[in-house]
Design a protein around this ligand. Structure first.
Ligand code: GYE
Length: 319
């Protein structure tokens, strides 16, 4: 090589270097499709994902699906078109994902499920699922009620159930786990069960209808989330009854609103479901994009909080 040529080559390399290193420093891009903003839990989950992305230096494309699967499908397709590095989403319902997930796979974009599971024909359509064990949460609610029922002399305990979004993993699993446990005591019977869509407004509306029926006494309310329980508490009060006393209330999530309701004596127990998945999700995304092997199922550790511990625990709650 002549000296001029060598000089030119070195010059070209020097000019290219910043570009090459810019490419290496390019932040990882994540497309995230969120269910919506239906509950306190969901708001905490969204905040956790956004904060964690910022902390991790991950560029986040966030889309709110307003509880509609078709919006999630659209968002995922747009992430594919934008060639993001990784797609994460919390599926509003369990079924109907095969087609769009096959499109992501064909585009070689890894998919991480957060919070809720899916029912797909081929498990390789997603790399990992990080979220709670909803069946176990339902069992915990059932176990708390079994203990309470053992101390209650009445011959029957009529339960009304407010289910979450129809077809969603938490609604299906929380019902399943609860029923599995309460069948041990035949005096516990679910007399009515309907979806309150995980919202306060719908929880209130459905509880009003339950109370109006008046054919059977309602002893217990099992709500699949705190927001529906809080909506139902209003309906119970408006019907002239005492929530937490005339009707025992068991719910799931463990959001601040539930702790406040327990302190006011209106809610009897909440089963924790941790929404703060952001940091774990970002780490997982980095590992997946780096080609590291990851666990197919990552579960979150959670507790049970009866009203007796509410005052002590409330200051420690982060959501
Ligand atoms: O319990 C409920 C929210 O999927 C675990 O969705 C989540 C559930 C949560 O709307 O409050």
């Amino acid at each position: 090589m002549t000296t001029t040529l060598l000089r030119r080559t070195l010059l070209a390399a020097a000019l290219l270097a910043p570009l090459v290193s810019m490419a290496a420093d390019k932040p990882l891009v994540m497309g995230f499709s969120q269910v919506g903003a239906e509950s306190e839990w969901r708001s905490a989950n969204t905040a956790s994902v956004k904060d964690a992305a910022k902390q991790a230096g991950i560029s986040l494309k966030f889309a709110d699906a307003q509880q509609k699967q078709e919006n999630q499908v659209k968002a995922i397709r747009s992430f594919i078109a934008q060639k993001v590095d990784v797609i994460a989403f919390s599926p509003v319902v369990e079924s109907g994902w095969d087609t769009v997930l096959k499109e992501a796979k064909a585009a070689r974009i890894p998919v991480i499920l957060t919070d809720r599971a899916v029912n797909v024909s081929d498990p390789s359509l997603y790399v990992s699922f990080i979220g709670s064990d909803f069946v176990e949460e339902g069992r915990k609610a059932g176990r708390w009620l079994l203990e309470r029922a053992a101390k209650t002399p009445s011959a029957s305990l009529n339960i009304v159930e407010l289910q979450g979004t129809v077809g969603s993993a938490p609604a299906i699993d929380r019902k399943k786990g609860f029923e599995e446990v309460i069948k041990a005591n035949p005096k516990l019977q679910i007399i009515r069960s309907q979806s309150g869509e995980f919202t306060r407004a719908k929880g209130k509306e459905v509880m009003e209808a339950f109370l109006k029926a008046k054919d059977k006494k309602i002893d217990v309310l099992y709500a699949h989330n705190d927001d529906m329980a809080i909506g139902a508490i209003q309906a119970i009060e408006e019907a002239g009854l005492k929530p937490g006393k005339d009707i025992v209330i068991v719910s799931i999530d463990g959001v601040k609103g539930a702790f406040q309701a327990m302190l006011a004596g209106k809610l009897n127990v909440t089963i924790e479901c941790n929404p703060l998945l952001g940091p774990q999700l970002m780490q997982l995304a980095r590992d997946v994009v780096a080609g590291k092997p990851v666990e197919k199922r990552i579960t979150v550790i959670e507790g049970v909080f009866p009203a007796e511990v509410a005052a002590k625990e409330l200051p420690n709650r982060k959501y």
